[in-house]
Design a protein around this ligand. Sequence first.
Ligand SMILES: *Cc1c(COP(=O)(O)O)cnc(C)c1O
Length: 397
Amino acid sequence: MELNTRAVHVFNEPFPAGSWPLSVPLVQSSAFAFDSAAELADAMAGPDGRYVYSRRGNPTVRALEQTLAGLEGGAGAIAFASGMGAISGVLLALLRPGDRVVAQRCLYGGTHAVLSDLAERYGIEVVRISGDDPAELEAAAVHPATRLLVLETIANPTGQVPDLPGLLAVARAAGVMSLVDNSLASPVLCRPLELGADVVVHSTTKYLSGHSDVLGGAAVFADDELRRRVWPRTVELGACADPFAAWLTLRGIPTLPLRMREHCANAVSLAAALAERAEVRGDVTAVHYPWLASHPSRENARKVLSGGGGLLSFELAGGREAGRAFVERVRLAKLALSLGGVETLVTHPASTSHRELDGAALEAAGIGPGLVRMSVGIEDVADLWSDIERALEQALA
Ligand SMILES: *Cc1c(COP(=O)(O)O)cnc(C)c1O
């Protein structure tokens, strides 16, 4: 079945009563009772038996896991309390001291922080690559300690799209496992497991849930053996998904394909309007959106994605002051750190998330002082453009 059909028909376990609810039941129970001690002991043997205790498994959480595995084309999934829970959980489960990780240079800040911590405190070597050239990985991966490749489908805020098929083929040939953070693309735009990745991670907080009302994360595995190997470590970590959070995420998924279509259509149209303004007026100096012909990742984007996604960024001529002024002048768009929800959000990294960095460090991260990041929502695009134009006039006055 096509993805939009699979998104609507989420996994729903058989209901014992002969008719069953259309929505997945919310089983808000921490534990499950048994008639016999032997049955309880049996159920504790692995991830897929009867439900015992909700840190180990829960019907609502399992419905989310099965649904995500279905959407990504994976053999199985584990749901987590947040995207960082999923990323930390998988890294801790797969890596040992002395291992080497090869990671894309431009990664989500939290992932970057965990990898730096693992390097400093656990003796795991982290080698950085641009992600644009498989030959770079070939050089870095030829080492017996290389265990894992870490990539993102669409990196933030530059919109970089690495050469996934090329890099994943090199990793596979070298016997190196690969993990791809697919939060910004969602399974609607890209399914990295189909391109050869071993594990896909998500911040389901973003597009999958889509309504800015829940935190969550997930790891989806190409091979069920790997899921069963990671699962006991995640039970120890305890960053498990809460049933209500899983339920809210499931509530968002049927409309994911529709929402992604609108996010992409609005973002491509705003990116084009901003690029035109950059040409005509010069007060916007650059627009970063992977679907634009001017973006350095345009070829990779067309190869691995079915749309440019909902995240774009642009630089204002007035630098730091203008960037800060812009995010305070928009009215329809809100100044908030998250992304992937139905509403449009803006941030100014140089004065918020990246305020500790000086000019050179900002430049190395691909962030200009006047860069504004926009998570484009599903509002009417004309209303968004009026809001942007008015805020630009005021910020650059
Ligand atoms: C937000 C985000 C995360 C972290 O997810 P949380 O749900 O906030 O823990 C990881 N990766 C990417 C790409 C993200 O955008």
